[in-house]
Write a protein that binds this ligand. Structure first.
Ligand code: TXA
Ligand code: MG
Length: 349
């Protein structure tokens, strides 16, 4: 398939490219577009055929539903019914933004979009290009992250080009994602909120807004067996993974270095460490993912670092443990999933 590259940095100036992208969406073709979290692979959310094209382009298992992206609250009424009070409060506080809510679905959304579930995940993105595209298309846009299934989500145009060239009708070349990890996904049960995937909106943010308990789904912090039933289908798949094994070594820098030296024997070893630590690993393939102690900078850099390190084809990778707290819960979740939850604590043995 021929893939058009459409440059849209300012949707108010790059109007011809925006109209072209919107036309593809209306025509039930797939368009990759930037959001503030990661790039998405967008399709007309009213079209079962367009959704199937997204699954094919991504190589995504058919049981993993898509998020429907909206550009105003009126669109929400066309998609879901009976919005809980808690959802209304979260929407008022965090939309537009990196929050996805699982709500009861209307029949209007094809079951191909929601992988047969009677709920639909909805997000109102804040990115100006995403917003302009949904508005110009005149339809909500169903979109997963724009990576090939299993790879780290794309945060810049070149990642999307590497994964999707020849597989989709168009890719928007726009400003990179500011946050760098995918949106927070929540569902509602009785008087509580369940965190299905951590992201830019933190459990603390949700607790402060609603005053209720935020239950952290066990798929966020641990490995889920392929055969187990999960609240959010996407959480059971190995994700974000480089081609070689990745191990998180949870230790201060000195113990990290000594652990790595004792476990490198003749192999080509990749290191994921923090900015400023590059020179501590002579002879290794080293990439950094943000500043120690700064979860937001780690979120922003992690997926690019994993992709770039993977291209150097190491035999194995050792990574520093990501920051805890705030958006750190999202960074740790992605890093631990990339490691298949292989985490070593050398000081604590
Ligand atoms: O930041 C984001 O959320 C990005 C951008 C493009 O908006 N999108 C994204 O989509 O990360 P995706 O498909 O890669 O991840 C969606 C997650 C998956 O884990 C999926 O299983 C879950 O949301 N999900 C979607 N619909 C659901 C539903 N009805 N119930 C429970 N989980 C759902
Ligand atoms: Mg994804």
């Amino acid at each position: 398939m021929q893939t058009e590259i459409l440059k849209i940095h300012d949707p108010e100036k790059d109007i011809a490219a925006l109209k072209r992208a919107a036309e593809f969406i209306r025509d039930e073709e797939v368009v990759a577009f930037p959001t503030e979290t990661v790039y998405g692979l967008g399709a007309n959310a009213w079209s079962a055929g367009a959704a199937l094209k997204v699954f094919a382009a991504k190589g995504r298992p058919a049981d993993n539903p898509l998020i429907v992206h909206i550009c105003d609250m009126a669109q929400l009424d066309e998609i879901c019914t009976g919005m809980p009070e808690m959802a209304k409060k979260l929407a008022a506080a965090f939309w537009p933004g990196p929050l996805t809510m699982v709500l009861a679905k209307k029949q209007t959304i094809p079951s191909e979009v929601t992988a047969g579930l009677d709920t639909v995940a909805v997000r109102f993105p804040a990115h100006p290009v995403a917003h302009a595209l949904i508005k110009e298309a005149g339809v909500p846009i169903a979109a997963p992250s724009a990576n090939l299934s299993g790879k780290p989500s794309p945060t810049i145009f070149s990642h999307v080009r590497d994964d999707m060239m020849g597989r989709v009708a168009a890719i928007i070349d726009g400003p990179g994602a500011e946050i760098g990890v995918e949106s927070t996904v929540v569902s509602f049960e009785d008087d509580n909120v369940r965190l299905l995937r951590p992201g830019g909106i933190t459990p603390e943010d949700i607790h402060d807004c609603l005053g209720c308990e935020v239950i952290i789904d066990r798929a966020v912090t641990g490995k889920i067996d392929d055969t187990e039933k999960v609240s959010s289908p996407g959480m059971k798949y190995r994700h974000y993974a480089p081609s070689c094994p990745l191990t998180v070594v949870d230790a201060p820098i000195d113990s990290f270095i000594s652990y790595v030296k004792h476990h490198s024997d003749g192999k080509k070893v990749g290191i994921l460490c923090f900015d400023g630590e590059e020179n501590l690993f002579p002879g290794y393939e080293v990439l950094t993912f943000g500043n120690e102690g700064d979860a937001a900078s780690q979120a922003n850099a992690l997926f690019t670092a994993i992709r770039d390190l993977d291209q150097k084809h190491p035999d194995l990778i050792f990574a520093r443990e990501a920051e805890a707290g705030g958006v750190g819960i999202a960074v740790r979740n992605r890093l631990h999933k990339a490691a298949g939850f292989a985490i070593i604590r050398p000081n604590k043995i």
